[in-house]
Design a protein around this ligand. Sequence first.
Ligand code: HEM
Length: 462
Amino acid sequence: MSRDETRLPIYTLNIPGVPVYIVNSLEILQRVDRHIDTLPFAPMKAQTCKKVCSVSQAGISKIYGNNLLAQDGYLYSHQRASAHAGAPGSSLNSLSRSASRVFAATFDRIESQGRTTVDLYDFIRQATFDATSDAMYGPHNPFRIAENLKDWAVFESGLPLMFIGLFPNILARRACQARERLVSAFIDYFGQNKHLDGGSLFVQLTQKVNDSTGLSLEDKARIEVGQVAAATFNTAPGAYWCVWQVLSDPVVFKDCREEVMRLVDEVDGFHTIDLARMRTECPLLVSTLQEVMRFYGTATSLRLIYEDTMLGDEYLLKKGGAVLMPNSMFHTDETLWGPTVHEFDHTRFLRTGQRKSNTKHPAAAFRGFGGGHVLCPGRHLASTEMLALMALVLVRVDVIPPGGKWPATRTGQSAGRALPLPKERVLVDFIPRAAGKWRVVFSDENNSGVNLVAEDIDSTKS
Ligand code: HEM
């Protein structure tokens, strides 16, 4: 049943014993967001520690503490540490610089091979995974070891079953075994303090919270496996649809390539591109990224109901139930986005006068990275990675689809993801463009983030 069928802002699913409320309207969602203590997100994180990471009972007791929702408890302290490390500033710049180095090396490799055929999703998945894990863990990144990368792929394939928690040791046996080997890899990483030698502020700060909570080395390693999942699970499909859209849509392709080419300078015989400039000098590229997240986004926020909660004086949410808030509802609401809501419009997020649409949507209608008290701390890093991949694909290679024609866009399954996987794999040819050497940098020129969510847009105004 959808919003268009029910025309209701919120409705209850008839599941015996567990009231499940589906929120269809942005206004109701914003009311839910205000009830931090009775409709919290923290229990979802605690469940992830249990079900996905298999943290020990002693560790779970420490995570819960006296009160799972205490502001100075583990979960909120961990959230604050991540938010601080992922916010615009020198920490984010160094994460982005590290990710850019990995992308640059990936394209250097392609260039050295000449015309190369790649599976587009595999290429993007690997590039974003290598970039994110190197940015997070530095020179001792456990995923520079091929065996750990293989284990990750097996573990990732079992994640949806682990989240559901239905006999994972039987139904996702290989994934559970792979997780245990990954836990060993992180025991080695943290046990030898490798994070202190070039690991990111993200990892340093969250480890401090783990240490002050008294978690064992093994539990710290288990939680980190969950962190890797949060940091990589959505960036790959997000980057895929961004690259797909700029390559397969001729208008988007022309506009974005022209814009990004303006960032390429000739310096000492090198084609030089400073990816830090994308954030402020490529509004079309940024608008395309945001439209991809609106148009393809499949994230659904889930909150557990701790106490009976009134939303205004109209709707009662009963203790013990759950609230589901599917982004696709808010992202396809014509009253928010106007009559072109079902079209892909890469100019939608530009300023008035520069975009095609006459409708000015409210900034809070974009929920690609969550909102309110559950805002993705990795949003600036993930956005920078997605922009960087679009930019480098546009300036460094020509991409030829199978038979010279882009197939129709077909999205596949999205179990638990904020964006869907592609339905089928597409093999493309990469042909290096400009002859000569490339220098890809990420300067400290400015400290801006990629401001897509209402909270960031508001904070840049003040
Ligand atoms: C395209 C990539 C990404 C997308 C689309 C995405 C999306 C989201 C969304 C929608 C939420 C809110 C969930 C809810 O309301 O229930 C969220 C939360 C979260 N994300 Fe991301 N994310 C991405 C990348 C990342 C990265 C790179 C990191 C870490 C470096 C990260 C770490 C987290 C964490 C830890 C939370 C929980 C926040 C909290 O505790 O309050 N994500 N993400």
